[in-house]
Each structure stands twice: as C-alpha cells, then as structure tokens.
Design a protein around this ligand. Structure first.
Ligand code: ARG
Ligand code: ZN
Length: 412
C-alpha cells in the first residue's frame, strides 16, 4: 500500500481536528405531530435558541437538552424517532469520504464530485470569463461582512442589456451546500454546454452562486451546520462573537412579523433591522436597479419544495395560478428525469410562515412576478450533509426543471 494511504489518513485526522466546534452527542429527532395542537406546539419550538430545526420536522438537540426535550414530547403526546444519533460522527465520516474521493478529471476548476470552496468558485468564474469573453461577465454583487466579494456572473449573448433576465441565487443559508453546487451546475450548463444555446439565445442570466460566502466558508472550516451570516452581533455562547443573522429573515418586507426571532442567538434571528446585512442589502440594490428581471429563483436545501410567495401570510398572491402552473411543469420535468416529486405551493401553506425572505421581497417590493424558493433534496440521514457522491446526480436531475423555467421566459 506504500505511503499514500498513511499520508491520507494523517491528512484526514488533521482536517477533523480543525473543526473545533464539536457536535458530539447532538441528536436529530424526527417529530411526528398529528393533531393541530401538536403541530402548533412544534411550530412554537422553532425559534427556541437551544434547538436547531433542520426542517419542519427534523430538529437537532444538544446533549444537555435531550432529556427535557423528550419529556416535553411525551407530555404533548408527540411520536418521534431518532434520525441521527451523533451529529459529529456523521459529519466526520462524510468529511473522510470527501477526502478519499477521487477527482472527476474534468480539467476545469470546478467539480461536482465534491463541494467547492469559495476560492474554487471564484477561480471557475474567472476561468469562464477568460474562456468565453463574448458572453460571460464576472463581477461582484457587493462585499460580505468579512470583506469577501460576493460572486456574480452575467451570461448574455447580446441585446445590450435589454433582454429579459433570469436572476438566480444560492447559498443564502451557509450549510445548504447543495444549493451553490446547483447554481454552479446551471452556470456550467448555460455557458459550456452548446445544447443549451436556446436558453441564452434571447434571455440573459444573472447568477449569484454564493450569496453568503462568509457563512459558507465558516461551515467548511469550523462549524458544518452554520446557517446565518457572520456579522458581529451580541455574543450569546462560548467565544464566538459573531452570531450572525438569518439573511432569509432580513429582507425588509413585513420584516419580523412572523416566523422570525429577535434573539441574536436564534437560528432565525432577523437582525437588528431589515437589510442590516451587507449581503441582503447588495441583493436589494442589484434587483431593484434591474428592471428586466422576469424570474427569480433562490436555491436552498433540504426538503423537496417548490415554493412561491407569500411567506408572511397564508393569503395567496392574486397571480398564484401562474406561479403554481409553472412550478408544477418544472416539477414534472425533474420527476421525468428520475427525481422524487416536490411539494408545490405558497411557502406559508406548504412549509411554514416566515417573513423577511428574499422571495417575498423580490415579488412584493421589486415587482418580479415570478419568484420561487427551491428546496433541493437532502441526503438520507445527513440532511444538509448530502454526501458529495450524490451532488452530480442531484444537480443533473433538477436541471430539466431549470430548463422549463428558462424556456418559459424565452417564450414570453
Ligand atoms: N426554508 C426556507 C427558510 O426558512 C424557506 C423560505 C420560504 N420563503 C419564505 N419567505 N418564508 O428560509
Ligand atoms: Zn435555507
């Protein structure tokens, strides 16, 4: 076996040791509420700073909290099962697999066999800009709290900026790694795959593959399950002074009305005021100054949802049928490609009420009628930690849905 394997193992251990915030003993429970009261109770727990809801039903609970939490469930009569027994062990195991994974040999600075770091994403965009100077422009949407440029790529085959625009972003939530991978795949397909030429013939695409680069890098190096931005707010636990803000509660449209927290320690902290975060303010400035945007797609994970506004109220927008029809066509296309079916509907009605999301602001204030939040699939027991081996299949399965959206705008 020579010296390669021992070297790899040493590298693995070093990487594991670098992840200093340990989730040893943290468990994830899947709750199974049945009655309205039980659903209400679970919903009420979602903003408890000691709990981290990975989805509507899956909640990560610290070792100290497990006993009282299970007592509470018992009292409420809510059934549950253990989804992850030790979160840290699952994370370490996947990290190990990523390190052992072989490169995909594409010869380009991007890969779909592993999750790319911020620098790799930037390098890929730069490479596209120099290989395809007539259709690609790379720049930045703005600057994050920690001073990173937020990457922006514009794909246009002509028209002097007068064509309809599809605006795509991903990675507003740091730990949802499959989302930036999806955005990168869309970029690759549009720019490098000639069979998608019809999608860029008379439509421009403006794509922000990593809206929250600070949080993403932090989730790569220190704390896998980081969700928020990395701005400095009030200290709440340990030595970490940057508690950050849930950027998808920070848009100033019905801000803080529902489904958001005013506690800096909560995973759904809406921030001290609307648009307090440079990342959300940059998106606001860009989208409000670009009148040609006809479609907005924002990628998250996990849970297989195609959501449209509103997130702040259960009332449907007057044009909900158009939103619903298009989402169902997109869903059918990815089902035909082998994906499992997504739940389609308004985010309040099919997921939960949460104000201050980007989708609501884009529709309600910027006036982009077609606005969607897409929750890509999670991976088995990993949730956010969809194994790297599943990236390629996941993004290529959803691609036909993106194609349906693109064709719709091209035909307008
Ligand atoms: N999981 C997403 C979140 O919690 C869903 C957002 C849906 N949109 C909304 N405006 N609530 O941010
Ligand atoms: Zn999210």
């Amino acid at each position: 076996m020579g010296r390669v394997l021992p070297l790899l193992l040493v590298a693995c251990l070093a990487v594991l040791a670098a992840g200093h915030k340990s989730l040893e003993g943290y468990r994830v429970y899947r709750l199974q509420p049945i009655t309205t009261e039980q659903f209400e109770w679970v919903r009420g727990m979602q903003h408890d700073p000691a709990l981290d809801f990975w989805s509507n039903s899956d909640v990560m609970v610290s070792p100290e909290r497990q006993e009282t939490f299970l007592d509470q469930l018992q009292r409420e009569g809510i059934q549950w099962e253990t989804l992850v027994n030790d979160v840290q062990m699952t994370i370490d195991a996947e990290k190990m697999r990523q390190l052992m994974a072989s490169p995909d040999g594409m010869g380009r600075a991007i890969s779909f066999t592993k999750y790319n770091r911020y620098d790799e994403i930037q390098a890929y965009l730069q490479e596209l800009a120099s290989s395809y100077p007539s259709i690609v422009t790379v720049g930045s949407l703005g600057t994050s709290s920690e001073g990173r440029a937020i990457p922006l790529i514009k794909i246009s085959t002509g028209g002097n900026g007068n064509r309809p625009v599809v605006f795509v972003d991903a990675g507003i939530h740091a730990r949802e790694w499959i989302a930036p991978a999806m955005a990168l795949y869309i970029i690759q397909q549009l720019v490098e795959n000639p069979s998608n030429a019809d999608l860029i013939a008379n439509v421009d695409w403006h794509i922000v593959p990593l809206l929250n680069p600070d949080g993403y890098e932090y989730s790569q190096t220190s704390y896998r399950l980081w969700r928020k931005t990395r701005s400095v707010t009030t200290r709440c636990t340990g030595s970490d002074t940057k508690n950050g803000v849930d950027a998808n509660r920070n848009f100033d449209f019905h801000w803080m009305e529902v489904g958001a927290s005013s506690s800096p320690c909560s995973e759904t902290y809406a921030g001290p005021r609307g648009f307090s975060e440079p990342e959300t303010a940059a998106l606001r400035d860009y989208v409000s100054s670009n009148r040609n945007i006809k479609l907005y797609l924002t990628f998250h994970s996990y849970g297989n949802y195609l959501l449209y506004p509103w997130g702040y109220t259960s009332t449907l927008p007057s044009d909900w049928r158009a939103l619903d029809d298009l989402a169902r066509k997109a869903n059918a296309a990815q089902v035909a490609a082998g994906g499992s079916s997504y739940a389609v509907g308004s985010s309040t009605n099919v997921l939960y009420a949460a104000a201050g999301g980007s989708d609501d602001w884009v529709k309600g204030v910027a006036g982009v009628d077609l606005s969607y939040t897409i929750e890509l699939p999670g991976g088995g027991i990993y949730g956010f930690d969809l194994p790297a081996s599943a990236i390629s299949r996941t993004v290529s399965t959803f691609w036909p849905a993106v194609r349906v959206y693109g064709e719709y705008i091209a035909a307008l």
